[in-house]
Design a binder for this molecule. Structure first.
Ligand code: THU
Length: 139
């Protein structure tokens, strides 16, 4: 896993914060933005997209991953998520943790920050979903 600089992580948070502005979240009023960095230096953004049938909601992280994969990019090196308050930043839901595990290496950094403020929480994908279920593991 290539090292991602503090500056680059800061840039990813800024991009994710901007992506949160596109959030469609009339039911929860909880906007979230995400920015995924690929190994070739591209950034794919995402926001949460809710639905009147609540379970159809797509989280910001999954939007970013699905955009990238559908554009032919599958090598990811860092993810920023922005949502929630400065003191209590959004962290990925269980479904998103499983989707991240599908495409990202367990040591890939995930950095979370609130819509305002500069407190960050940092995890690796492996910390977010230890002992994960992967296809290779049951072959
Ligand atoms: N949500 C995300 O998009 N990402 C997260 O990391 C946490 C939760 C969304 C789902 C829903 O639209 C809203 O936040 C409230 O759960």
């Amino acid at each position: 896993m290539p090292e991602v600089s503090i500056e680059k992580l800061g840039e990813l948070i800024c991009v994710a914060r901007k992506a949160a502005r596109n959030s469609y979240s009339p039911y929860s009023s909880y906007p979230v933005g995400a920015a995924m960095l690929t190994s070739d230096g591209k950034i794919f953004t995402g926001c949460n997209v809710e639905n009147a049938s609540y379970g159809l909601t797509n989280c910001a992280e999954r939007t970013a991953v699905f955009k990238a994969v559908s554009e032919g990019k599958r090598k990811f090196i860092a993810l920023a998520i922005v949502g929630g308050s400065a003191e209590n930043p959004a962290t990925p839901c269980g479904a998103c943790r499983q989707v991240l595990t599908e495409f990202c290496s367990p040591d890939m950094p995930v950095i979370c920050s609130g819509l305002e403020g500069d407190k960050t929480l940092e995890f690796t994908v492996g910390e977010l979903l230890p002992h994960s279920f992967l296809f290779e593991k049951y072959q």
